[in-house]
Design a protein around this ligand. Structure first.
Ligand code: BGC
Length: 279
C-alpha cells in the first residue's frame, strides 16, 4: 500500500453503498473509494453501470466489487451482506441510498406506486440499516475490541441514510416520495438513539437538487434550469460529488461526535427562497 493510501481518511475500511450504479449513489461510492475505502457497489438492475464504476475504482488503484440485490427483499439483503463480507471483509460503513420516484397527482396515484416507493425508499433503508447493525454487532462479538471499536475507526460502524430536502419541504405530486423521506427522519433518529451506546453512528444526508437521472427534466434545458435556480439561493445545481464529500465526512472520524443528525446539502433550498426579497 502506498503512503497516500495508508493515510487516507477511510484507509482499511469497507463500505457498502446501495443503489450505487448511478446518480448520488455512484458519486458516494466513488468518493468513499477516493478516501481509501474498499467499496461494494450495490445495484438493482443496471449491471453495466455498476461494473463500469467498479472498473473505474480499480483503475485508480482502489478495491471494489459489484453486488446485485433488491433492497426491498430481506433475502437479497442478507445475500448482499454476506457477499460483501466474503469478498471485502468486515463492513465499517453502510450508505442506505437506494431510492426511486413514482410521481403522480395524489388523486390519481395508484396503490401499487404508493407501495413500490415505500418498499424501496423506507422499508429498503430500514432493512439495510438493520442488516448493517447486525453485522457491526456480530463483529464486536467475534473480535472483542477492547474499547468497542476497531483500530481504524473511532466507531464500531457508521451508517448514512440518504434522505432529501423533501423530509421537510412538502412536495405536491410526489406524496409517496415525500412521505418516505419524512419517515426516514424519524427512522434514522430512532435507530441512532437505539444503537449509539454500541458506538454505532447513524446519520442522514438530505440532498437538494443534484444533477442526476432522477430529476433530468429539471435541468436538461436552460429554461428548466433557470426555473430550478429560483429554488436554490446558492444559484447552482448540486453535483453527485457534493454529496460524496458529505458522505466521506459523515463516514470518517472527523464527524465522530455527530450522531442522529441530518446534514442538508442543498445550496440553501431549505431556506425558504421565496422570502429572499422580503417575501
Ligand atoms: C428529488 C429530486 C429533486 C430534489 C429537489 C430530490 O429528493 O429526488 O428529483 O430535484 O429532491 O426538489
Amino acid at each position: 500500500m502506498n503512503e497516500a493510501k495508508a493515510t487516507a481518511k477511510l484507509a482499511n475500511q469497507v463500505a457498502l453503498v446501495t443503489g450505487a450504479s448511478s446518480g448520488i449513489g455512484a458519486g458516494v461510492a466513488a468518493a468513499l473509494a477516493k478516501a481509501g475505502a474498499a467499496v461494494a457497489v450495490n445495484y438493482h438492475s443496471n449491471a453495466d453501470s455498476a461494473h463500469a464504476l467498479v472498473d473505474d475504482i480499480r483503475k485508480s488503484g482502489g478495491r471494489a466489487i459489484s453486488v446485485k440485490a433488491d433492497v426491498g427483499q430481506p433475502d437479497d439483503i442478507a445475500r448482499m451482506f454476506s457477499a460483501v463480507h466474503d469478498q471485502l471483509g468486515d463492513v465499517d460503513i453502510v450508505v442506505a441510498n437506494s431510492g426511486i420516484q413514482k410521481d403522480a397527482p395524489s388523486i390519481d396515484m395508484t396503490l401499487e406506486d404508493w407501495h413500490k416507493v415505500i418498499e424501496t425508499n423506507l422499508t429498503g433503508q430500514f432493512l439495510t440499516v438493520q442488516a448493517a447493525v447486525r453485522a457491526f454487532v456480530a463483529r464486536q462479538r467475534k473480535q472483542q475490541f477492547a474499547d468497542g471499536h476497531p483500530p481504524h475507526s473511532k466507531a464500531l460502524g457508521k451508517v448514512i441514510c440518504m434522505s432529501s430536502v423533501h423530509d421537510v419541504i412538502p412536495w405536491a405530486g410526489h406524496v409517496n416520495y415525500a412521505a418516505t423521506k419524512g419517515g426516514i427522519n424519524m427512522m434514522m433518529r430512532t435507530l441512532a438513539q437505539e444503537f449509539a451506546p454500541q458506538r454505532i453512528r447513524i446519520n442522514a444526508i438530505a440532498p437538494g437538487a443534484i444533477r442526476t437521472p432522477i430529476n433530468k427534466e429539471g435541468w436538461e434545458s436552460p429554461e428548466a434550469l433557470e426555473k430550478m435556480m429560483k429554488l436554490i439561493p446558492y444559484k447552482r445545481i448540486g453535483e453527485a460529488e457534493d454529496i460524496g464529500n458529505a458522505a466521506v465526512f459523515l463516514a470518517s472520524d472527523d464527524s465522530d461526535y455527530i450522531v442522529g443528525t441530518t446534514l442538508y446539502v442543498d445550496g440553501g433550498m431549505t431556506l425558504y427562497p421565496g422570502f429572499e426579497n422580503n417575501g
